[in-house]
Design a protein around this ligand. Structure first.
Ligand SMILES: Cc1ncc(COP(=O)(O)O)c(C=O)c1O
Length: 390
């Protein structure tokens, strides 16, 4: 049977592979980034009510109007221009769909899109689905810093877009002013489109606040801003993402969304509108809980012999295992992650799976910590055996 050439260029997600392995071996799943704690009751009730009230048919392809209205209000303020719900907002089936249709909207076959690595694993397939060539800039631990020189080396006459994820999965980085300036310079100078993935925009530490790159005056007309509700509201299975973009870019994106998924699930969009109406106290409680989880995760890593830098945002930490006093510390990341899942009972993601460039991400695995205290404590017990091995 003949299949397409494009499907030879990528495979299924390693992250979700690791989840399947965790289930198979009854391991604690700190691989895939989803919460194991409950969703805010008001949001759940809003979804149930929407289903009961009969919001069970297609909604307008761009998204359920009250949700778009809410997003337009939020993003008018955040981006500093008049975001109109009927012109500039489209609700998608997760950020994953949003990234794919954004790439398809701006890239032609043979075009290049710059992706900072380590990268969430759907960016590269999305570029390939659009027929484009993903060009990686591999960043290295411990600080994963981006420099203007790296950007200058990556850009070519075929470059059309740059994808920026902030706060960043898997490193936990929040790009600073100098890095954002370097990105702005290259995007403007080479007439690129900036596609952002801001899915962790509400998960920040140590008093940081989120800056949407599309709010920078030089980037306003050329940025496709993407985010979603799955992480903020602990509803990753609801598949709710969205795109905010100026007229011309949004006109290109909408037909792609229309013929990819028609619309995101209507009752869940209604609950999404309710979620975005929650008071500030929800975000305060969520931030406090994430600070606790991060502190616990960092303690666990330190006590069990991993080396890691605390994330500035999102809910992941890249941890170096090469100093563990066990022979497995010499294994490559995939073999180490498999061993940790099957023999120790804790699932992570191999660091090199976040890079397309060989030789990067060695000696590192990613831990995801959006988990209940009991889950993390059980992981601590199991991982504690690693340092006790001496
Ligand atoms: C950076 C990033 N983008 C996108 C996604 C997927 O988002 P969604 O579940 O809304 O498709 C994830 C999930 O982990 C992510 O980390």
């Amino acid at each position: 049977m003949q299949t397409s050439q494009r499907v030879t260029q990528f495979r299924e997600s390693v992250i979700r592979d690791m989840t399947r392995l965790a289930i198979q071996h009854n391991a604690i799943n700190l691989s895939q980034g989803f919460p194991d704690f409950g969703t805010e009751q008001a949001i759940v009730e809003a979804a149930v009510t929407a289903v009961r009230d009969g919001l069970n048919q297609y909604t307008i392809t761009w998204g359920y109007p009250p949700l778009r209205q809410k997003l337009a209000e939020i993003y008018s303020e955040r981006l500093g221009w008049a975001v109109h719900p009927d012109q500039h907002v489209t609700v998608t089936c997760g950020v994953t769909e949003a990234i794919v249709i954004a790439m398809m909207a701006v890239l032609n076959p043979g075009d290049e899109v710059i992706i900072l690595e380590p990268a969430h694993d759907n960016f590269r397939p999305a570029a390939i689905m659009a027929g484009a060539n993903p060009i990686a800039i591999p960043l290295t631990p411990p600080d994963y810093r981006l420099t203007p020189e790296m950007l200058a080396t990556a850009v070519t006459p075929r470059t059309r877009a740059l994808l920026l994820n902030t706060p960043h999965n898997p490193t936990g980085r929040v790009w600073d002013a100098a890095e954002l300036q370097a990105i702005t310079d290259v995007v403007v100078q080479h007439d690129l489109v900036l596609i952002t993935d801001e899915i962790y925009d509400r998960i920040l530490y140590d008093g940081r606040t989120h800056l949407s790159p599309g709010s920078l005056p030089a980037l306003r007309d050329r940025t496709i801003t993407i985010s979603g509700l799955g992480k903020t509201f602990a509803v990753t299975g609801w598949r709710l993402g969205y795109v905010v973009a100026p007229d011309e870019l949004m006109r290109a994106i909408r037909p792609l969304h229309d013929f990819t998924s028609i619309c995101a699930p209507t009752p869940l969009q209604a609950a999404g509108a309710a979620a975005l109406s929650l008071p500030a106290s929800f975000y305060e409680a969520s931030a406090a809980a994430y600070h606790e989880r991060r502190a616990l995760m960092m303690d666990i890593l330190q006590n069990s012999g991993f080396r890691a830098t605390p994330p500035q945002g999102a809910y992941y930490v890249m941890a170096d295992y090469t100093n563990l006093p066990i022979p497995q510390a010499q294994l490559p990341p995939m073999a180490f992650a498999r061993w940790l899942t099957t023999e120790v009972g804790v699932a992570t993601v191999p660091g090199d799976s976040f890079y397309s460039v060989p030789g990067f991400g060695e000696g590192v695995v990613r831990f995801a910590f959006p988990k209940r205290r009991e889950t993390l404590e059980e992981a601590a017990q199991r991982l504690g055996k690693l340092s006790a091995a001496t």
